[in-house]
Design a protein around this ligand. Structure first.
Ligand SMILES: [Zn+2]
Length: 121
């Protein structure tokens, strides 16, 4: 099963040497694209998983400041695309009991200009 979803959110990264351009050290927002992939052998009631339940799990980040959400969920990582993918993978496993591979594209401007990161549990 593969599902694509989008959300809008803000974040701010600490100004460290790893942050080459410094752009993400300023408070700013993105439209994030998310791809969730779930492999399951069993189909219950004609479906692997309720798509809306997956989207609801992702939407905990929608129109939020991701730094605040990570604090609220005690997910002690900086809100990079890599860590957002890891956070959503963990949330899907916790709430829906499925292991999900989650890919994130930050600042989505169309498939031909997209850069993705993927977290595999
Ligand atoms: Zn950013």
């Amino acid at each position: 099963m593969s599902l694509r979803h989008y959300f809008d959110a803000s974040h701010q990264l600490p100004d460290t040497d790893n942050l080459v351009t410094k752009a993400c050290a300023r408070l700013h927002g993105h439209t994030y694209a998310v791809i969730v992939e779930i492999e399951a052998d069993t189909v219950k009631g004609g479906m692997i998983i309720d798509f809306k339940a997956v989207k609801n799990t992702i939407d905990v980040l929608d129109h939020q400041h991701i730094n605040d959400i990570f604090d609220r969920f005690e997910f002690n990582h900086e809100p990079t695309a890599e860590n957002i993918a890891k956070f959503l993978s963990k949330q899907i496993e916790k709430e829906l009991d499925f292991k999900a591979t989650v890919s994130i594209c930050e600042g989505y401007k169309g498939a031909e200009r997209a850069s993705w990161v993927t977290h595999t549990p």
